[in-house]
Design a protein around this ligand. Sequence first.
Ligand code: ADP
Ligand code: MG
Length: 276
Amino acid sequence: ETRMPRPDQTRVMVVANQKGGVGKTTTTVNLAASLALHGNRVLVVDLDPQGNASTALGIDHHADVPSIYDVLVDQRKLSDVVQPVRDVEGLFCAPATIDLAGAEIELVSLVARESRLDRAIKAYEQPLDYILIDCPPSLGLLTVNALVAGAEVLIPIQCEYYALEGLGQLLRNVELVRGHLNPKLHVSTILLTMYDGRTRLASQVADEVRSHFGQEVLRTSIPRSVRISEAPSYGQTVLTYDPGSSGALSYMEAAREIALRGIGVHYDDSRAHTVG
Ligand code: ADP
Ligand code: MG
């Protein structure tokens, strides 16, 4: 096993898809934990008022906890709200509380409403290798804040009927933000989630996604796994909940692939299919 390369600059990845239930949160927390276990310093920004990423990382996010809401609306420093994740060295989380549900409306009347997260991230003093932003299932101002703050968009796609439905709208928003607010922004990564290799549907969807996107699609896909869905109720990622499971191995492999792509190293396909 070669040591994982660390990026020479912080990679800010926006995990987005306005469809709910496609694996955004699951991918954010498990990839983040995998990258941290590979030796990186990683921050998860929970931008969904549901706070599922915070829950899955075992982070306290009851109403009084300083949160990403305070950063976006009251311009509190990001370092005031970041908490370390228990059990995973190098992994941190800026939690979301239920307050964030109101931010979508409150932001409308504030100055620099689209770039508040970007400013907060740029002012963050701690060195980081990756920032992963978990978006809500909508294309409102919270998601726009993420798209302005990031350079890379990571789109999880569930291997189900209508997998590509609605993606046009997300891609148009990425173009709009790229054109007006953030020229660095691009879709760098597509990850197939909840892949069930036994069904013809899953392989058909995978083929369709690969022919539509090509290079951006990771060779590694994430299998449907009960261990992955159980882990959040223990406040854990699957990487600590069941490190030997197919779900854990596939997220570790996806993280490796993302790291190698980041430094332009060709990924050896043969491993992608041995996990899961
Ligand atoms: P989103 O954030 O896009 O709404 P989630 O990550 O919350 O989606 O996933 C939706 C549901 O699917 C959750 O209950 C989650 O536990 C489950 N899930 C996600 N990925 C997998 C997987 N690979 N195998 C099994 N269940 C999964
Ligand atoms: Mg979610």
